[in-house]
Design a binder for this molecule. Structure first.
Ligand code: 6PG
Length: 240
C-alpha cells in the first residue's frame, strides 16, 4: 500500500491525474482500452474537471470505458446521482460516447439495477473475470467506501459482484460494487482529503487489528493489484 500525502489539493489532483493517465496509457498499450471506475461523492469534482481540461489531449479518451463504484437510488437527472456529476464535469466535456459509459439504471428497483449492472459488466468483460484497470474510490468520515457502509450486509458480502444495500443511516438503498469485485482490479486509488476524514483514516490505515464492520474501507486490498492513497496533510494528521 502506497500512502501519498500532499500539502495542497491542487498538487494532489495533478499527481492523481498523472497517475490515472499513466495507467490509461499502459492499459491502452496492452488492451487497446482502459476500464476506469469512477467514484461518486464531492471529492473528485475538481479532479474530473482537471482531467477534462488539462488532460484532454494526453490520451485517446475514445478508448476509455467509464464505470461507477456505486450509485444512489435516485433518478439519473437527480443532482445526487453520481453519474450526473461525472457527466457534467468529465464525460460531456470529453465527448465520451454513450456506449463507453456504464451508468447504473436506477429506473429499476435496487436489486434489479444491481443485477442489470452486473450483467452489463459480464458482457463487457466477455464473461471472464471482471478486472478493472483502475478503481477510484472516495471514503466517508465513517470509513465507508463505495456504498459499503459500516454494519451493512455489504461488509459481509464475499462475492465479486454488484449488490443493492439498504443503508439505515441514510434511509435509502444504494447500488455498489462489492469489496471482492473492487479487489480484483489491477489498481485501486483512494482520493481522501480534509480534516473530517482524519479519525476514519487513522483506523483504516493505522489499526493493526482490523474491524471491517466498523471501518469498511479496510476491506480494500487488491489481490494482485496495487493500492495507493492520495491524501492531504489534514486527513493524515492523526496517523503516527
Ligand atoms: C458516494 C460515494 C461515496 C463517497 C464518499 C465520500 O456515492 O457518496 O461513492 O463512497 O466516495 O461518501 O464522499 P465525499 O467525497 O463527498 O466526501
Amino acid at each position: 500500500m502506497n500512502l501519498l500525502v500532499y500539502k495542497t489539493l491542487d498538487e494532489l489532483n495533478k499527481d492523481l491525474a498523472d497517475y490515472i493517465i499513466k495507467i490509461a496509457e499502459m492499459s491502452i498499450e496492452e488492451d487497446d482500452k482502459f476500464d476506469f471506475v469512477l467514484t461518486g461523492g464531492s471529492s473528485p469534482k475538481a479532479l474530473y474537471q482537471y482531467l477534462a481540461t488539462e488532460c484532454q489531449h494526453r490520451i485517446d479518451w475514445g478508448k476509455v470505458y467509464f464505470f461507477f463504484g456505486d450509485e444512489r437510488n435516485v433518478a439519473s437527472t437527480d443532482e445526487n446521482y453520481n453519474g450526473l456529476m461525472a457527466k457534467k464535469t468529465l464525460l460531456d466535456p470529453l465527448n465520451i460516447k454513450e456506449d463507453h459509459i456504464f451508468y447504473v439504471n436506477t429506473s429499476l428497483a435496487p436489486e434489479d439495477a444491481a443485477a442489470d449492472y452486473k450483467k452489463a459488466l459480464d458482457k463487457h468483460f466477455k464473461n471472464q473475470e471482471i478486472n478493472f484497470d483502475l478503481v477510484l474510490l472516495g471514503m466517508g468520515d465513517d470509513a465507508h467506501t463505495a456504498s459499503i457502509f459500516p454494519g451493512t450486509d455489504l461488509v459481509e458480502n464475499n462475492k465479486a459482484t454488484v449488490a443493492a444495500v439498504y443503508v439505515e443511516k441514510l434511509n435509502t438503498h444504494r447500488i455498489s460494487l462489492t469489496a471482492p469485485l473492487i479487489n480484483q482490479a489491477d489498481h485501486v486509488a483512494f482520493l481522501v482529503f480534509g480534516e473530517n476524514k482524519a479519525e476514519a483514516i487513522k483506523h483504516v490505515i493505522g489499526d493493526e487489528e482490523k474491524d471491517f464492520s466498523k471501518y469498511p474501507s479496510q476491506l480494500i486490498n487488491p489481490v494482485d493489484g496495487k493500492l495507493t492513497w492520495f491524501t492531504d496533510e489534514a486527513t493524515t494528521s492523526l496517523l503516527t
